[in-house]
Design a binder for this molecule. Structure first.
Ligand code: UD2
Length: 317
């Protein structure tokens, strides 16, 4: 197979004429380093799906459910089944210390075809969608939630070292205490993908909760940093995310040796990483909202959001 770097479309697919004059004007849709910022209304889902279906891509998702967080798995998995890369090969890895409590979600049993897709006569109807698969991996529990959250980088790194190399393989690493409400699909694919945090995208960078102590390897000085990215969702090509996980894990552990833990654990290290390694695609807060936060006018659709949780009840400490 030859290596090609452009997208290939079917000459049969017709869609709305693109324009370089009209589009979303209420939001910024490209970063200063010319990475797209994905907002509803900036892409054609049918076009992108048809293009990526020709690519024979695979999508891996990792999700951690340690201790009481196992209670979030059911709605995470059920809603992923309805909205996450519908029609593509999806493999979800669940990391947990309570394997016997992983709910039996009917993955694969008839992915829904929504009314909108039916109306448009989606080609998907004639081909049965591939079955998403789920693998449960046992991990150790911990007394510290910070450690559970941060150790994800180590486990993601080892998982990606075990997976067979796949030039068209993508992975997304997601928080479990969240659910899908709308499409999260091929428009989110890129070599290195970050999501802007819903709580900070209107703020000046001086207010971002980056790690501010120079002693930490996650340090960002005043004036540094592009966006505040969330630790609850990131992804990209397998080899890119492997590099990210390896670096964040290394820096987190080296910090621990020095007796310092970054303000927001691996999220701080991720933000440092993305400052140096610019994401090739930035996902708008549509891709990680928070249930307690009222929808803002620029957010036309909430695709994925964090559920409201009682920290005292669910965290080990
Ligand atoms: C934020 C980030 C989170 C992480 C954390 C800093 C978002 C929406 N969330 O969330 O990704 O960067 O700050 O460490 O950006 N977990 C367990 N069991 C536990 C505790 C955590 O399985 O007892 C896992 C679980 O998958 C959870 C994730 O770790 O979704 C993050 O923990 P959190 O949701 O408690 O962290 P939070 O809300 O502070």
């Amino acid at each position: 197979e030859s290596h090609k770097f452009h997208l290939m479309a079917s000459d049969q697919l017709l869609y709305e004429q693109p324009s370089i004059l009209r589009g979303r004007s209420d939001v910024v849709t490209v970063t200063p380093w010319l990475a797209p910022v994905v907002w509803e209304g900036t892409f054609d889902p049918r076009l992108l799906d048809s293009v990526y279906r020709l690519e024979n891509i695979t999508v891996t998702a990792t999700v951690f459910a340690v201790g009481k967080y196992v209670m979030f798995l059911k709605s995470f998995l059920e809603t992923a089944e309805r909205h996450f890369f519908v029609g593509f090969k999806v493999h979800i890895y669940v990391f947990t210390d309570r394997a016997d409590e992983v709910p039996r979600v009917r993955m694969a049993a008839g992915r829904q075809v929504t009314r909108e897709e039916r109306k448009r006569g989606d080609a998907r109807r004639s081909v049965p969608p591939p079955k998403p698969t789920l693998t449960v991996r046992s991990v150790a529990g911990s007394e510290r939630w910070q450690e559970i959250s941060a150790r994800r980088m180590e486990l993601i790194q080892s998982l990606l070292e075990e997976l067979p190399p796949a030039p068209r393989g993508y992975v997304f690493c997601l928080d479990v205490d969240s659910r899908f409400h709308g499409r999260w699909g091929s428009e989110s694919l890129g070599a290195l993908v970050a999501v802007t945090h819903p709580g900070y995208y209107r703020d000046p960078r001086s207010r971002f909760p980056y790690e501010r102590r120079p002693a930490s390897r996650a340090y960002l000085a005043p004036g540094q940093g592009d966006f505040y990215y969330c630790g609850g969702a990131f992804g990209g090509l397998l080899q890119e995310v492997h590099q990210l996980a390896k670096t964040c894990r290394h820096n987190f552990e080296a910090d621990t040796q020095d007796g310092i833990e970054a303000a927001w654990q691996e999220e701080s290290h991720l933000n440092r990483y993305m400052w140096i390694n610019k994401p090739t695609k930035v996902l708008s807060p549509e891709y990680l909202w928070q249930d307690f936060k009222p929808q803002t006018p620029e957010v036309h659709i909430i695709r994925f959001s964090g559920v409201v949780k009682n920290y005292a009840e669910i965290r080990p400490n």
